[in-house]
Design a protein around this ligand. Sequence first.
Ligand code: NAI
Length: 282
Amino acid sequence: MELKLKEGRIGTTVTGTIPERLSLKGRVAMVTGGSRGIGKAMARGLAEAGADVVVVSRAALEEGEAVAADLRAAGAKGSFAMLADVTSRTSLDAAVDEALKRLGKLDVMVANAGIGIDVNAEDMTEDQWDRLMDVNLKGVFFSAQAAARHMIPRKSGNIIVTSSLSAFVANGNPQACYNTSKAGVNMLVKCLAYEWARHDIRVNAIAPGFIMTDILGPYLREFPDEAYGYMIKPAAMNRIGTPDELAGAAVFLASDASSYMTGQCMIIDGGYSLTPLENRLL
Ligand code: NAI
């Protein structure tokens, strides 16, 4: 049916089958915190879907280089690793510039780097608060800003942020600052999505539940019984997740298969957030 609108438009220029829309062939992605854990798995997923990936980490370049080498071996030939600190806009600008120099463009920014601190709220120092907020909230903003500087003139781009289940629930840990940083990230995603939709940039988040990475390792080792009580038992699926279980969502959000989705947060938590524990029948 032909419809003439006074303003706005109907539909998209995206076409193709679902596998074609999910393909990231020819795209360039950057993943902060891509050398380990969730970022590493997302980088792998994006590469398997066809993207070249710039693997960014704060320290230990050799760790990132090993990941990039794996991605190149898997077919993402332009992938490479570099160091950048997400708390520094200058450092992120340099990372984006390097991606442009070596790969010509940046289609997808995954702002994934994050840290956790376990401290009772009454004992938390100003330095601890500032450090965590610098990485988890300001770092996400700077990553998105550095990418948008290039994406806005191109009128094309896609930003994915790693939020957390802990943006929605007090997660059973003394993590007021961490949880607040992730709740802030979710609002930031909405605001950036709203502001940059006019530049054809989509911004979405993935909120994982408990995922087996280095961030969890120390708790599981030190408090295995308590860990079961707050990490595993509340999840309806009765298990901790693995990083690769988030990679498909990252590919979906980065791809044209999600072309009408922006400003949203996908919770992937094994059913942790479905119902309060005391209501569970099992
Ligand atoms: P991880 O500790 O295994 O990896 C963190 C990565 O972030 C590393 O590559 C590290 O180099 C990088 N990083 C840290 N500070 C940085 C900085 N200032 N600049 C650049 N890179 C920096 O952690 P994991 O578990 O893979 O976490 C990734 C993201 O997922 C974080 O945002 C975390 O808050 C979030 N998350 C993790 C969950 C989990 O259960 N593991 C659950 C929900 C969210």
